[in-house]
Design a protein around this ligand. Structure first.
Ligand SMILES: Nc1ncnc2c1ncn2[C@@H]1O[C@H](COP(=O)(O)OP(=O)(O)OP(=O)(O)O)[C@@H](O)[C@H]1O
Length: 258
């Protein structure tokens, strides 16, 4: 579904990503780990096509189409959706109207009230986008926009940041719904029951790994200094990072390559 080849990206005159290769097949969820400043958000912004992220080398292909220099709205139409780490406050624009715009991208009729009920967000529809929203409310607002858009590739930048444990179950359940993974999450604990095969793909950035208690990850990857240096089971990676830190994780990956 998504293929990235020899990607080099410059931000603010600095090379942030270098010779990066990545493949996310249809139906797979990949987890992206990496220390602060390693380039995770830059990678996500580049895939989505935000301005300021200049591809100086390499190619990004989505559903067989070269999207390397495609405008952001065309990528959204093609089926890429993103929840960014710190979305802006937009005073004067109601959340309802933004969700409507997202729904139009999906090309189907969207029942905004019903979607909002699913993320316990109906009371926020007539508030300005993110204006005085709490951290958890911002995440729910982002997920509601994604539910309306219904993208085939979902990019999530730290979905658990600022979310309390109870709301984390709701966030996890919503992500599973977005991914078409039928998972039931009892409040306060993770209980997974797969009903249907996943048809959507996802790339999820996490530092804490809490999201892994709620979703099923197919693969984990580690980004270090703008390079992907490890690709294997996400829980194993999380355990090693916790025990030995990123430097050791990178050293181990280099040993494997030798
Ligand atoms: N617009 C910009 N101008 C200059 N440098 C930038 C810009 N945006 C990002 N950077 C730099 O690029 C590097 C990678 O940033 P990025 O946000 O992609 O890292 P990250 O891995 O997502 O970090 P974190 O885990 O802290 O969120 C950082 O050193 C950051 O300061």
């Amino acid at each position: 579904m998504l293929t990235i080849e020899e990607l080099q990206v410059e931000v603010g005159g600095r090379t942030i990503l270098n010779n990066l290769n990545m493949e996310i097949p249809q139906g797979e969820t990949h987890i992206l780990f990496g220390p602060n400043g390693s380039g995770k958000t830059s990678l996500m912004m580049t895939i989505m096509g935000f301005s300021g992220y200049h591809v100086t080398h390499g190619k990004i292909t989505f559903k067989g189409e070269d999207i390397t220099h495609m405008p952001i709205h065309e990528r959204a139409r093609l089926g890429i959706g993103v929840s960014v780490q710190r979305p802006p406050t937009i005073q004067g624009l109601k959340t309802r109207n933004l969700v409507q715009v997202c729904g139009k991208l999906s090309g189907r009729a969207v029942d905004i009230e019903q979607l909002a009920e699913e993320v316990n967000f109906a009371a926020f529809l007539d508030r300005d986008v993110n204006h005085k929203f709490s951290g958890g409310e911002i995440k729910r607002s982002e997920l509601l926009q994604l539910m309306a858009q219904d993208p085939d590739l979902i990019l999530l930048d730290e979905p658990e940041s600022g979310v309390d444990l109870e709301n984390m179950a709701l966030i996890g359940e919503t992500i599973n719904t977005l991914l078409r993974r039928g998972v039931k999450c009892a409040k306060g604990k993770s209980h997974q029951e797969r009903i249907a095969p996943q048809t959507k793909s996802a790339l999820i950035i996490t530092h804490t790994g809490h999201i892994l208690d709620y979703i099923t990850a197919d693969r984990g990857q580690v980004l270090f200094n703008g390079h992907l240096c490890c690709s294997r089971n996400a829980r194993e990676i999380l355990k090693w990072i916790g025990e030995f830190g990123y430097e050791e994780c990178v050293r181990c990956a280099m040993d494997v390559q030798l």
